[in-house]
Structures are given as C-alpha cells and as structure tokens.
Design a binder for this molecule. Structure first.
Ligand SMILES: NC(=O)c1ccc[n+]([C@@H]2O[C@H](COP(=O)([O-])OP(=O)(O)OC[C@H]3O[C@@H](n4cnc5c(N)ncnc54)[C@H](O)[C@@H]3O)[C@@H](O)[C@H]2O)c1
Ligand SMILES: O=C(O)CC[C@@H](O)C(=O)O
Length: 462
C-alpha cells in the first residue's frame, strides 16, 4: 500500500529545491539565540502540493479545526454525522487525512481500503474506535486530544450527582406533564456523601477536586497507584470502593478488561439505594444488569451518557433497534439519559479542534509525531528559509536489527545536518534533515529507502 503516501513531487531532475515563502502558522522554531537576534523564519515544508491534500472530517468537527486545515490550502470536506461502513470505505479510499470523533469505527476492514491515508485525527479523548496497531503497522499516525474536554465531563458528572440525589429529572418530567409532586422522601444533600471514582485519570482526578469542594468525601480505585488530590483516598480493590460509595462514577477507557466491569455481581456489592454514573464508554456497564438492579430498588438512580451502540447522527432514534433493552431503560425512574454529551461544550470542542488541527498540520507538513498515540514521538527543530537546499527525510520502518546502518549508508553520501530516531514496540520512526540536496538526489534517496525490506513508509518533505 501507500504508493500515494510516498511523498515526493516530480520536479525536473536537476532543479534546485523550491521554497515556499508562506511560513507555517502552526509551528515555530525556537529562537537561535537570546536578545535581539533575528528569528529565522520557519520554512513551510511541502508534503506535496498542499492543495492536493484531501481531508475528510466526520461527526461535526468544530469550526476551529476546519479553519486550521482550510487555511493550509488543503481540500477539506466536512460532514455532520458519521457514515455507514460501506460509504466510509468508499470515501476513505480517496483521502490523505480523516478526522473523526467517537462514532466512526476505523477498524482493519476500513483501514485496509485507505490506500492514501497518512494520518487520523480523533477530535476527542477516546481512541478505542481506531485499530491503533493496524494503523501504526501501515504508517498511519493517529492523534487525539487527551484532556481538552476533561473539565466538561467532570462538570456534567457533578450536575448529575445532584440531579440524581434530588430526583430532579423525575420532578421536571412530572411538571412538564402538568403534575405537581412535592416530595422529600429519599431526596438527599450530597454534602457528607461518599463519591467512588473508578479510573483516577484526567477526568476522575478533576472530578475529585470538584466533588470535595461540594462537601463530598472521595475515594477512588485505579489499576495504578496515583497521588490522591485533596483529602481523597485510593482504595485497594473495586469491591471496597463499591461497598463504601454512595455514588459510583466510571472514568476508565474502553478495554477488554473494562468490558462489563459493572455487572450483576458488582451492582450487588454496592450500597442499598446508591447511584451509578457512566460517562466513560458504553461497554463498561452491563445495562440489563443495571435495569434489574434499579427495578429492585438496589440502585436508586443512574446517569448514562454512553451506550454500547449509539445512533450515527442527531435526529436518529434511540430505541430497541440499536440495543434490545432501550425501551426498558427509558421506562425507569430517576435515570438520566444523555446522548454522549460529556465533552460537548463550546469550550471543549473549540480547544479540541485547535489541538488536533494543529497536530495534523505539524504531521502533514513537518512529519512531527509529538502527541501521537500510536507512533514514537519525534520532533526536530524546523528548517528555515535560510536553508534553501535542505530536505527532511522520514522513514517509518520495522524495528529490526540493522536498519539504521542501511539507512545511514543511503544517507551517508549527503550531509545529514540533524537526525533522530525512536521506536515504539515493533515500529520505528526516523527523521533526518539533509542539506545540499537536489531533486535527483532526493529521488535516489527515496528509491533506495523504499527498496529496503524494513520499509513501512517513506516521506520526503522539502
Ligand atoms: N462522555 C464523554 O463525552 C467522554 C468524554 C471524554 C472521555 N470519555 C471517556 O472517559 C475515559 C476516561 O477519560 P480520561 O481522560 O480520564 O482518561 P485517562 O486515561 O486520563 O484516565 C483513565 C484512568 O483509568 C485507569 N484505568 C484503566 N483501566 C482501569 C481498570 N480496569 N480499572 C480501574 N482503572 C483503570 C487508568 O489507569 C487511568 O488512570 C476515556 O477513555 C473516554 O472513553 C468520555
Ligand atoms: O465527541 C465525541 O464524540 C467523543 C467525546 C468523548 O467520548 C471523548 O472520547 O472525548
């Protein structure tokens, strides 16, 4: 694969390399010295003609991200929803970059059709919807936004804790139907109650601070030992958390180990009349088991933001055609059902658009992998307009013995100005800036690297 991703534009054989005069807006070299020195203007490297780069953005990616990509001159097509798999395959064949959120499944079947694909931008935290390993093995880098929406999720959970404790959803529904029902029975303050957080990462720890400010006691369970914020306390087992908490909230990634981590046995461990909140991934809670626990009164209320299967677009139905238990879920009392909006605030979406948009531009134009979730993280200071006949060679390869020797034999006839290499598992990423090269040299370097058996992807940027 990757013929179109082998990026070397055809210039006359002996032409000197041309330099674009438009500096990149998203990447700056550090100043060469302090105090008054003229700052070298970063050179915009050209993966190929920027206007030839085709980008498909799905799932209503924020305007901030679209603007960053459009400003580069790339061709950007943006759709509001995700696509059915057959349409996705049709479209992905043609593009160099795809931007998605949580709904688009980029599995092996889809990615194997993506012959031109260079990079995937997940405009969200979760990357479980992408086969990261397959992507890496085919030289496709994946970027996400690791914490730009964490605060939004934490704030939603705080709102849900109070809403459940006071049965606000039910009272509001009754009023909408014209019924006045003033009750205090089993309505509680949250002050002094215990919040159990499962997964004390970006979201869990942020929530911990907010919950303590509301007067709650916080305990948490995580597979790694983590510093407790405020007066919170890590507990050694999931069971101990479930037995002690009045409110249990999940903030773990979708993994084989987290599938149905809250099922009948765990619900049975929870305190009578406690509450469950899940804004992580739909696979983490066994929903039929939750329905039973709520019907029996064991669980007094729940809030779900995520589901094992979710509709593709706004306006789609949330009913039994997606998940067999949806009607039953909707019929329960004191349950808050939201359409995966934990990270859906103006602030979060704008920040994610900028963060992932910038990462895509850096990768496309400069080959920089900082923040990639499936490639070694590699950066070199940018080339400048004062370095006219330079090129950046990127060689993604299998991490096997002897490759660097062969690569350096190929580059050895030229002046390698700077070079860096790193590996991640069985994949390695090498970046080298070579000076005094002509187009014919580049063609030769490119062809020689392509001929190595270790090759995953070769790019030449200049
Ligand atoms: N509802 C939404 O809109 C929304 C928004 C953002 C993130 N999310 C989901 O929330 C998840 C958590 O986000 P985050 O940014 O806090 O992630 P994070 O990676 O910062 O933290 C996850 C924590 O879970 C822990 N963990 C992993 N496996 C575990 C297990 N089996 N048991 C206990 N702990 C375990 C990890 O050690 C880590 O500390 C994301 O993976 C994403 O799926 C949902
Ligand atoms: O915006 C989305 O679709 C996903 C939000 C959230 O689940 C995330 O992973 O960041």
């Amino acid at each position: 694969m990757a013929q179109a991703r082998n990026i070397l534009t055809s210039l006359p054989q002996d032409a000197h390399l041309s330099v674009s005069t438009s500096p990149t807006t998203t990447f700056h070299s550090p100043p060469s010295s302090f105090g008054g020195a003229r700052r070298p203007v970063p050179k915009q490297l050209k993966p190929f003609n920027t206007q030839d780069i085709k980008i498909l953005l799905l799932e209503n990616v924020n305007q901030s991200g679209k603007d960053i990509l459009t400003k580069q001159g790339y061709q950007v097509e943006a759709l509001k929803s995700s696509l059915p798999e057959d349409q996705l395959i049709e479209k992905i064949r043609d593009v160099h970059v795809i931007g998605i959120r949580s709904k688009t499944k980029l599995n092996q079947k889809v990615l194997s059709e993506a012959k031109n694909l260079l990079v995937i931008g997940c405009f969200c935290i979760g990357t479980n919807q992408v086969d990261l390993e397959y992507a890496a093995q085919h030289g496709i880098a994946v970027f996400n936004s690791p914490f730009a929406n964490s605060r939004s999720v934490a704030e939603l959970v705080i709102a849900e804790i109070i809403t459940l404790a006071r049965q606000l959803g039910d009272r509001s529904n009754e009023m909408h139907k014209g019924t006045w029902n003033k009750v205090s029975h089993k309505c509680w303050e949250i002050r002094g109650k215990t919040l159990g957080i499962i997964g004390y990462g970006h979201i869990g720890s942020q929530l911990s601070v907010l919950a303590e400010a509301m007067g709650m006691s916080v305990i948490y369970y995580d597979v790694v030992s983590l510093m407790a914020l405020g007066t919170s306390r890590q507990v050694p087992t999931l069971d101990s958390l479930l037995r002690e908490a009045d409110f249990v909230t999940l903030h773990v990634p979708e993994l084989p180990e987290t599938k149905n981590m809250i099922s009948a046995a765990q619900l049975a461990q929870m305190k009578d009349g406690s509450y469950l909140i899940n804004a992580s991934r739909g696979t983490v809670v066994d929903i039929p088991a939750l329905i039973n626990a709520m019907r029996s009164g064991k669980i007094a209320g729940a809030a779900l933001d995520v589901y094992p299967a979710e509709p593709r677009a706004n306006g789609d139905y949330f009913n039994n055609s997606l998940n067999s238990w949806e009607e039953e879920l909707r019929s329960l009392n004191n349950i808050i059902l939201t359409p995966h909006i934990g990270g859906s605030t103006e602030e979060a979406q704008r920040a994610i658009g900028i963060e992932v948009g910038d990462a895509l531009v850096r990768y496309i134009n400069q080959g920089i992998t900082l923040g990639s979730v499936n490639m070694p993280e590699i950066n070199l200071r940018s080339l400048t307009l004062e370095e006219p006949d330079y090129a950046r060679i990127i060689y993604v390869h299998q991490n096997v013995p002897g490759v660097l020797r062969k690569v350096n034999e190929i580059l050895g006839n030229h002046n390698v100005d700077k070079q860096i290499s790193d590996s991640r598992g069985n994949l390695a990423y090498l970046m080298a800036d070579v000076s005094d090269v002509r187009t014919s040299d580049l063609k030769e370097i490119y062809d020689s690297l392509e001929a190595l058996s270790s090759r995953v992807l070769t790019r030449v940027l200049y």
